[in-house]
Design a protein around this ligand. Structure first.
Ligand code: RP5
Length: 171
């Protein structure tokens, strides 16, 4: 396995059902990552240590997911200069998900977190790959193919719908 260049962290093991989608898309795009649990509230010193050493260990982007009072992405972003992508997770302690979205999104000036949609871990993985692809032409080509596959799927669905009619396309 090659050196991890994306770090995926989450506040709890209960976030893994969502955060695994970031790992899955990075697997598809052949981007090496490591994945672990770092809680801003339950393991604050572990969080500081992770953020302080992330760049030195070779990471280029951090994806951080958390639910409820989701402080992990913002706190990690306050410590490192690596880009941090925040994934708001709808968790057992979320009211409706807005709490996690706003905790991650509404950062003070000077400390950005690139926030994806609620439970949007797959997009976080794609965005991390796109950031890395700005200086990796092989990855950039894989992303071109990935985008093309999205386009192909829609065009296939559209032509099926146009040829069969919408009633048949429901089955
Ligand atoms: C957050 O609290 C975690 O990121 C998780 O989304 C949520 C619930 O954690 P558990 O009580 O399931 O460990 O800090």
């Amino acid at each position: 396995m090659s050196q991890a260049i994306v770090g995926i962290i989450m506040g709890s093991q209960s976030d893994l059902r969502i955060m695994k989608e970031a790992a899955e898309v990075l697997d598809e795009l052949k981007v090496a990552y490591d994945l672990t649990i770092v809680s801003a509230h339950r393991t604050p010193l572990r969080m500081v240590d992770y953020a302080q050493h992330a760049k030195a260990k070779g990471l280029k982007v951090i994806i951080a997911g958390a639910g409820g009072a989701a402080h992990l992405p913002g706190m990690v972003a306050s410590i490192t200069t690596l880009p941090v992508i925040g994934v708001p997770v709808k968790s057992s302690n979320s009211i409706d998900g807005w709490d996690s979205v706003l905790s991650i999104l509404q950062m003070p000036a000077g400390v950005p977190v690139a926030t994806v949609a609620l439970d949007g871990a797959r997009n976080a993985g794609i965005l991390a790959a796109q950031i890395i692809a700005t200086s990796d032409s092989a990855l950039s080509s894989r992303l071109e193919s990935f985008k093309q596959s999205l386009q192909n799927k829609v065009e296939e669905a559209a032509s099926q719908l146009e040829s069969k009619g919408w009633r048949q396309s429901l089955h």
